[in-house]
Design a protein around this ligand. Sequence first.
Ligand code: ZN
Length: 56
Amino acid sequence: MQGKTGDKCVSSGSYHCHQHTGNHKTFNQGDIFPKCDFGGAATHDTTWVEDAPPTT
Ligand SMILES: [Zn+2]
């Protein structure tokens, strides 16, 4: 799944910012998606995209 900043997470798992694919965070069901804080103080609204499950 994916969710925007301010949305409620409905599927626990590891997510990444769609603009910063190296910024991985783990969210649990019921968490509110935060802003992305990639790069330190600067934050931005974003869409969090669930990481693909391992294929092995
Ligand atoms: Zn970002």
